[in-house]
Design a protein around this ligand. Structure first.
Ligand code: 13P
Length: 250
């Protein structure tokens, strides 16, 4: 059985002070047996959050990394730098990074390899734009993105990766995918993983849904056969709502 995973993606929100107040408020509460809980925060908060959440089951993740170990890449952060902060996860290929920061399938793949090199679990984002959905290209887009992201990974690595299916039209819009539609795409992604790596890896890899997930719809997604949790933006920013999301994934 796959352990469900709820990950908050804080995007560009919160100061260190605000992050620490959040950590205090969710300690002992956003901790549920049988659910993995992760907070993906901006770089400046990572070390403090890891420290504040020591001894809890809540893990910390970053939202990006560069694939090189070091070098003349102004403004970038590398795997060893993240590893040193104690984070265990890193979001890779979020649609906002693809749209605003020129992230491509190729850089996503390099970053996924870099994550594994430094012992980080990648949360790999894939998903279609509204016009792609309307043109009935959802599965084709997800196939290209998933295959590119996983290229060159060993079966063992692929089994450990997390994929987040986030239809772009559902992000921050309040327009969530129906649980049936999300499950249909996620089952399709799992089929792809099976074709690439075989049944065992397909059964092990965790695939989340993301896009306007809230405390009032989380259980609907969690009831679906192939949805293993959620990657949550807006609703992960308030302690009460985050706690409810984690409880809803039980
Ligand atoms: P919202 O939950 O705010 O729609 O954001 C989803 C998302 O982009 C998570 O990575």
């Amino acid at each position: 059985m796959r352990t469900p995973i709820i990950a908050g993606n804080w995007k560009m929100f919160k100061t260190v002070k605000e992050a620490l107040a959040f950590a205090d408020a969710v300690k002992g509460k956003a901790e549920v047996n049988g659910v993995d809980t992760v907070i993906c925060a901006p770089f400046t908060q990572l070390a403090s959050l890891v420290e504040a959440l020591k001894g809890t089951s809540i893990k910390v993740g970053a939202q990006n990394l560069h694939w090189e170990e070091n070098g003349a890449y102004t403004g970038e952060i590398s795997g060893p730098m993240l590893q040193e902060t104690g984070v265990e996860y890193v979001i890779i290929g979020h649609s906002e990074r693809r749209a605003y920061f020129a992230e491509t399938d190729e850089t996503v793949n390099k970053k996924v390899h870099a994550a594994f090199r430094y012992g980080l679990t990648p949360i790999i984002c894939v998903g279609e734009k509204l016009e792609e959905r309307e043109a009935d290209r959802t599965k084709e887009v997800c196939k290209l993105q998933t295959e590119a992201a996983l290229q060159g990974l060993t079966a063992e690595q692929a089994a450990k990766a997390v994929i987040a299916y986030e239809p772009i039209w559902a992000i921050g819009t309040g327009k969530s995918s129906t649980s049936a539609d999300a499950n249909d795409v996620i089952s399709y992604i799992r089929e792809l993983v099976k074709e690439l790596y075989g049944e065992e890896v397909a059964k092990a890899i965790r695939i989340q849904y993301g896009g306007s997930v809230k405390p009032n719809n989380i259980t609907e997604y969690m009831q679906m056969s192939d949805i293993d949790g959620a990657l949550v933006g807006g609703a992960s920013l308030e302690p009460d709502s985050f706690i409810q999301l984690v409880e809803g994934a039980r």
